[in-house]
Design a binder for this molecule. Structure first.
Ligand SMILES: Nc1ncnc2c1ncn2[C@@H]1O[C@H](COP(=O)(O)OP(=O)(O)O)[C@@H](O)[C@H]1O
Ligand SMILES: [Mg+2]
Length: 234
C-alpha cells in the first residue's frame, strides 16, 4: 500500500519555483531515500509535503487522504512527523522537556512512550535533565528524532539526519532509523550520504534542479554505474 503519494507538485518561495512538477510514492513500511546535490530542492519538497509550504500545483496524499495545502498542525495529527535539518530541538529546555514538548497534542499518559524512546537512545537517558544546548551534535539529532517519535508517527520525514556527524555517530543514526522501520515506522529520508542511505533503503529517488533524475530500487541504484559515478562518488 502507498502511504505517501506526491503528484506533479510544483512549489517554491515567493516567485521562485524550486520543485518543478514532481511525482513520487512511498510504500507503507518502507524506507525510501531522496538523494541529490545541495540546492536540488530536497528540503523544499519535505516542507511542501508537511504543509510548511503550500504546493502551487499538484496533490499530496497521505494514507489516501488529500492533504495538499493543509497546515502542519493538521498533518501531524494524521500521523506524519517531520524532522528538519536545523532548529529541530528547543536548546534551552532539558532533554526530558523536549520529549514532553514532542507530545504536545497527547492527552494520555506519555510515560511509557518516553521510556521506549530512552530505550532506543540509551545515551539520552543519562542526560534527561541536561539542557539540549549542552548535548553533542549526535545526541541532539537523537533527541530531535526522539521528540518526533513521541506522537507515534506512521511516517517520518527526515532531512539529512547524518550531516555533520562523526562516522561512528552516522552509523548509530542509520542503525536507529533501520530499527524504527523494523518497528513499523515508514521513513522518507533525505540524505547527502547517498551510499549509506541506499544501504538501508528499499527504494530511492534522485532529485536535481527540482526534477526527478532517477528512481528505482536501492539495490538497482547501488549497482548502476552512472548513478555510482554521479551521486555515490565512485
Ligand atoms: N527560505 C527560502 N527562501 C528562498 N529561497 C530558498 C529558501 N530555502 C531554499 N531556497 C532556495 O531553494 C533552492 C532549493 O533549496 P533546498 O530545497 O534547500 O535544497 P536542498 O535541500 O536540496 O539542498 C535553492 O536554490 C535555495 O537557495
Ligand atoms: Mg536541504
Amino acid at each position: 500500500m502507498t502511504i505517501l503519494r506526491v503528484e506533479k507538485v510544483i512549489s517554491g518561495y515567493g516567485a521562485m519555483e524550486v520543485v518543478h512538477g514532481l511525482s513520487l510514492e512511498v510504500g507503507e513500511g518502507q524506507i525510501v531515500s531522496m538523494l541529490g546535490p545541495n540546492g536540488a530542492g530536497k528540503t523544499t519538497l519535505l516542507r511542501t509535503i508537511f504543509g510548511v509550504l503550500k504546493p502551487w500545483q499538484g496533490k499530496i496524499y497521505f494514507k489516501g487522504e488529500d492533504i495538499s495545502g493543509l497546515p502542519p498542525e493538521r498533518i501531524v495529527r494524521l500521523g506524519m512527523a517531520y524532522i528538519p535539518q536545523e532548529y529541530n530541538i528547543f536548546p534551552s529546555l532539558t532533554v526530558q522537556e523536549n520529549l514532553e514538548m514532542g507530545a504536545f497534542i497527547r492527552e494520555d499518559d506519555i510515560g511509557p512512550r518516553m521510556e521506549e524512546i530512552y530505550e532506543l537512545f540509551p545515551d539520552l537517558t543519562d542526560r534527561r535533565r541536561s539542557r539540549a544546548e549542552e548535548l553533542s551534535g549526535g545526541m541532539r539529532q537523537m533527541l530531535a528524532i526522539g521528540r518526533a517519535l513521541m506522537l507515534n508517527p506512521e511516517l517520518l520525514l527526515l532531512d539529512e539526519p547524518s550531516t555533520g556527524l562523526a562516522p561512528f555517530l552516522v552509523d548509530i543514526i542509520f542503525d536507529r532509523i533501520e530499527r524504527l522501520n523494523e518497528q513499523g515506522v515508514t521513513v522518507f529520508l533525505v540524505e547527502q550520504n547517498a551510499y549509506k542511505a541506499l544501504q538501508i533503503s528499499d527504494r530511492a529517488y534522485v532529485l536535481e534542479g527540482g526534477e526527478k533524475r532517477a528512481e528505482g530500487s536501492a539495490r538497482e541504484m547501488l549497482e548502476d554505474e552512472e548513478i555510482g559515478r554521479l551521486y555515490l562518488g565512485r
